[in-house]
Design a binder for this molecule. Structure first.
Ligand SMILES: [Zn+2]
Length: 101
């Protein structure tokens, strides 16, 4: 009897810890996105007239702009002058284009 109650308490503690970790993870992701956004705002002040602002991964399906949280690791890039051009070439528009522009 005592044993099972103890086990339940331990299990509950683990469950709560797990939830805390997930919450922290969400928060960290949010912070990362926030940092990317701030960097983008900072960068656009310095180089506002660069060409090929839209880009996509050669193997990916979505077009992004500089500062996108999801596109920061893309190395092999295809660039576009406009988002219409990206769409014409079969890419989807990432949410970052609406959020960061
Ligand atoms: Zn994006």
């Amino acid at each position: 009897m005592f044993q099972t109650q103890f086990q339940q308490k331990v299990q509950k503690s683990f469950e709560l810890t797990k939830q805390d970790i997930y919450a922290l993870y969400d928060h960290i992701q949010y912070l990362h996105a926030e940092i990317a956004l701030l960097k983008e705002q900072h960068n656009t002040k310095e180089e506002s007239s660069s060409t090929g602002t839209y880009f996509a991964s050669k193997t990916g399906k979505k077009a992004h702009i500089e500062g996108c949280f999801f596109a920061k690791n893309i190395k092999k890039r295809v660039t576009f002058e406009t988002k219409e051009e990206a769409v014409k070439q079969g890419y989807q528009i990432c949410g970052c284009i609406y959020r960061l522009k």
